[in-house]
Design a protein around this ligand. Sequence first.
Ligand code: SF4
Ligand code: SF4
Length: 132
Amino acid sequence: MQINEGEIEKRDIFIKQVEELSGQNLFGCYQCGRCSAGCPMVSRMDAIPSMVMRLVQLGDEKVLDKNTYWVCASCYTCDVRCPKGIDIAKVMEALRQIKLRKNLNYVDIKKIDGIEELPQIALISNFRKYTG
Ligand code: SF4
Ligand code: SF4
């Protein structure tokens, strides 16, 4: 597949944005898969953490359509396992921020079933993480 200059520039901007927000060297990742192998949430993800790293390296904004960074529990297992010292949880957080800054929420408050019965703390933490 051939990509034009405008597309390359768009990809570069996206990579830089993720790098700046996460503070991580994205190109340090060499796809060993140790992050994905240890992630406790991987069965709930539609793209495993190492795949997310690769999509980000490619500047592919389709990574924002994956649920991985919403499902990530910020447990830092991947961070501990990564031989390149990449804090993948921070990359996940950067992707979440990019999405929320576009005012695109993961959770629609009006569609939460049984909202009146949920504990207040659950609602507040949910809104903090999943809504802009
Ligand atoms: S921080 Fe997120 S991606 Fe990393 S192991 Fe934990 S749940 Fe998985
Ligand atoms: S553990 Fe580190 S180097 Fe290995 S795939 Fe994950 S992010 Fe890349």
